[in-house]
Write a protein that binds this ligand. Structure first.
Ligand code: ATP
Ligand code: MG
Length: 201
C-alpha cells in the first residue's frame, strides 16, 4: 500500500468512527417537546436568527406569532414578508425605544405588549412565538421576571419560543433548552457605515 493509500484509509476510518458517534447521538435524542431558545450577546444576528427560525417554521406549515418589544424607527422587512404568510405581529406601539425618555409611558407600553405575548403563550394553535428584544424588558424592570417565567413554563407543551436581545437574564438562560451567544467581532457601524435596508432592518 502506498503512503497515499494509507492516508486515505486512515481518513476513511476516522470518518467512519465520527459517523458512528453522530448516528448514536441522533438515535439517543428521542424526546420531543416545544423548545425555548435564547439568542443573546452583543454581536449582530440575534433578531435575524429569530426571524429565520420563524420563516423556517412557516415554510413547514407551522403557525407563528411575533412580539417586538422595541419600537423600531424603520419598517421591518421580516414583518412585510411574514404577515403575508399569516404570521401575526404585535409591536410596541408607543413608548420604549433606544432613546427612551418617558418611563411611565414605557412601562404602560411594555405592559400592553406583554399582555399580547401572554395571550400567544397560552394559545396552543400557535406553534412558534418569537419574543424579539424581550431581554430589555427585564433589564429595565418593565416586566416582572416571575410573570415571564410563569407564562413560559405554563405554555402549551409543544409550543416553541424564541427570545432575543442582549444581556439575557440568568433565569431565562437556565430555563432555556438552547442558548446561543452571538459575539461581535466587528460591525460596519463602527466604521461609520449607517444601517442598511434589507440587512439591518
Ligand atoms: P439583527 O437584527 O441585524 O439580527 P441584532 O438583533 O443581533 O441584529 P440588536 O441589538 O437588536 O442586534 O440591534 C439592532 C440593530 O443594531 C441592527 O440594525 C444591527 O445591525 C445593529 N447592531 C447589531 N449589533 C451591533 C453591533 N455590535 N454594533 C453596532 N450595531 C449593531
Ligand atoms: Mg435584535
Amino acid at each position: 500500500m502506498t503512503t497515499e493509500q494509507q492516508k486515505q484509509q486512515r481518513h476513511q476510518q476516522r470518518q467512519q468512527r465520527l459517523k458512528q458517534k453522530v448516528d448514536q447521538a441522533i438515535n439517543a435524542a428521542v424526546a420531543e417537546k416545544g423548545l425555548l431558545l435564547v439568542i443573546t450577546g452583543n454581536g449582530k444576528g440575534k433578531s435575524t436568527s429569530g426571524f429565520g427560525t420563524v420563516a423556517r417554521a412557516v415554510g413547514h406549515g407551522l403557525t407563528a406569532a411575533v412580539v417586538q418589544f422595541i419600537k423600531g424607527s424603520w419598517d421591518c422587512g421580516e414583518r412585510n414578508l411574514l404577515e403575508q404568510h399569516g404570521v401575526e405581529f404585535t409591536v410596541m406601539a408607543t413608548g420604549f425605544t433606544w432613546d427612551t425618555q418617558d418611563k411611565a409611558a414605557d412601562i404602560a407600553a411594555a405592559e400592553q405588549v406583554w399582555l399580547q405575548a401572554e395571550a400567544y403563550l397560552a394559545d396552543d394553535s400557535i406553534d412558534v412565538v418569537l419574543l424579539d428584544e424581550l431581554t430589555y424588558m427585564l433589564s429595565y424592570h418593565y416586566i416582572d421576571l416571575t410573570r415571564i417565567e410563569q407564562a413560559l413554563v405554563n405554555r402549551p407543551k409543544n409550543q416553541h419560543v424564541i427570545i432575543t436581545g442582549r444581556a439575557c437574564h440568568r433565569r431565562l438562560i437556565e430555563l432555556a433548552d438552547t442558548v446561543s451567544e452571538v459575539q461581535s467581532v466587528k460591525h460596519a457601524f463602527d466604521n461609520g457605515i449607517k444601517a442598511q435596508q434589507g440587512i439591518d432592518w
